[in-house]
Design a protein around this ligand. Structure first.
Ligand code: 5AD
Ligand code: SF4
Length: 442
């Protein structure tokens, strides 16, 4: 008899992919997914701790599970992922939610089936956090959300210790997966109908630096670009300190690497960048942007920005706004700085009051949306190649997909188009989406 599972994922694409892997492990063990949380026999929250808000979301969802668990005592409630990998978190969660009967971190998710089997057998809760990690060697099956596109981890962990960031503490040091394992995985995915891959790592530009004979991310990309049948290659996240000019050449000369680059800048002030331990300057960042635009004029540039980092003055914030005006990003994720336990910046003086942080975020977002609309307007009247990803969220007669440059396009169409490339004429550009009319299937 099959049991049903429900996984709720918080946070980044790395987590989304981990959830796909855990779903794959469960499906190998007589579990089937359900979209209805109330009928699940196993509910798993795959958590994020990058900002305090992410953690509160997890805790509030856990709170709401209490009633479901009371009605169904056999229900197994699990919490896993980055949040669990933090020191002393298990007692904190148990204090608030004693009904949680499974907790594990990012390094032992491959043991999920075994944990479930034990709990089903003897009812005893399991809370296990493992420090060392072997994920770079494991080849785990994944149950993909989309048949036509897939995430592929190329490395795990981060060595950079940006002073605001908790990731190096919860995801450990950089471990690159073997080049031949990655290439074999992409080949298998393509055979299975995948046309687009997203290569994942906290800092993909330092891929291969941990090998006895280092190889570059650029050379890995080149090899993946040559795999017959692959149509689109995306990657994230790049780091300006490691981003190489060799990579620009590879993208320019490749047939399938998408013309979009997500390059987090975090701040436009050299002083703030120094205190963030980012190890590059505003000038270096602008040089990369210039080289990228010269080589690939239609490239879409996106970024991450933090406002209200400890000690950020109004002038330093203005330098960020000025950088945004200089680059004119296609899109950006902007965040209010959130103090994270154990990070260096937690102890920095001059933490910025929340009202100032909020006000800066608002001013920054106004500039960001202006640029986003500006870039989108350039698409009006043009035909673009779109990979259709699914039904539009608000209207079942519309489908939604993405351009090579990562823009979301919505147009009238039916579900039979999902997973196909189509030509769409853009009729209206809005700040976050392009609307258009289907021309033809490609
Ligand atoms: N507060 C706010 N934003 C953060 N990020 C990482 N740590 C924090 C933090 N403590 C942002 C950075 C990073 C993105 C994934 O999250 O901009 O690039
Ligand atoms: Fe965090 Fe910096 Fe590593 Fe990115 S590069 S994961 S921001 S420490």
């Amino acid at each position: 008899m099959y049991k049903k599972f429900f996984i709720q994922t918080f946070g980044c694409q790395m987590n989304e992919h981990d959830s796909e892997v855990m779903a794959g492990l469960l499906e190998e063990r007589f579990y089937v997914p359900t979209k209805d949380i109330k009928e699940a026999d196993f509910i798993l929250l795959n958590t994020c701790c990058i900002r305090e808000k992410a953690e509160s979301k997890v805790l509030s969802m856990l709170g709401s599970l209490k009633k479901i668990k009371e009605k169904k005592p056999s229900l197994i409630v699990g919490v896993c992922g980055c949040m669990i990998q933090q020191k002393n978190i298990v007692p904190k969660i148990l204090h608030a939610c004693p009904f949680v009967n499974l907790m594990f971190g990012t390094n032992n998710m491959n043991r999920l089936p075994e944990y479930l089997e034990k709990i089903e057998k003897n009812g005893q809760p399991i809370y296990e956090i493992v420090d060392e990690d072997s994920s770079a060697e494991l080849q785990l099956p994944a149950s993909r959300e989309y048949p036509f596109k897939a995430f592929v981890n190329i490395m795990y962990g981060c060595n950079n210790f940006c002073t605001y960031c908790i990731v190096p503490y919860v995801r450990g040091r950089e471990r690159s997966r073997k080049r031949e394992d990655i290439v074999a995985e992409v080949r298998r995915l393509v055979e299975d109908g995948v046309v687009e891959v997203m290569l994942l790592g906290q800092n993909v530009d330092s891929y291969g630096n941990d090998f006895a004979e280092p190889i570059s991310f650029a050379s890995l990309l080149k090899e993946i670009d040559d795999i017959p049948g692959i149509e689109r290659i995306r990657f994230m996240t790049s780091h300006p300190k490691d981003f190489s000019l060799e990579l620009i050449d590879v993208i320019k000369n490749s047939k399938h690497i998408c013309h979009s680059l997500h390059l987090p800048v975090q701040s436009g002030s050299n002083e703030v960048l120094r205190r963030m331990n980012r190890k590059y300057t505003r000038e270096h960042y602008l040089e990369i942007v210039q080289a990228m635009r010269e080589a690939i004029p239609d490239v879409a540039l996106t970024t991450d920005i933090i406002v209200g980092f400890p000690g950020e003055t109004e002038e330093q914030f203005q330098e960020t706004v000025d950088l945004v005006e200089t680059v004119g990003f296609d899109n950006a994720f902007s965040f209010i700085y959130s103090k994270r336990p154990g990070t260096a910046a937690e102890k920095f003086e001059d933490q910025i009051p929340l009202d100032i942080k909020k006000e800066r975020l608002q001013r920054l977002n106004d500039v960001l949306s202006k640029w986003s609309l500006h870039h989108n307007k350039k698409y009006e009247g043009q035909n673009v190649k779109v990979l259709v990803e699914g039904l539009s969220e608000n209207n079942d007669n519309m489908v939604s997909g993405r351009t090579d440059t990562g823009k979301t396009v919505i147009f009238q169409g039916d579900p039979s188009l999902i997973g196909k490339f189509v030509d769409v004429n853009i009729t209206t550009a809005q700040t976050w989406v392009l609307k258009g009319k289907l021309e033809e299937e490609i």
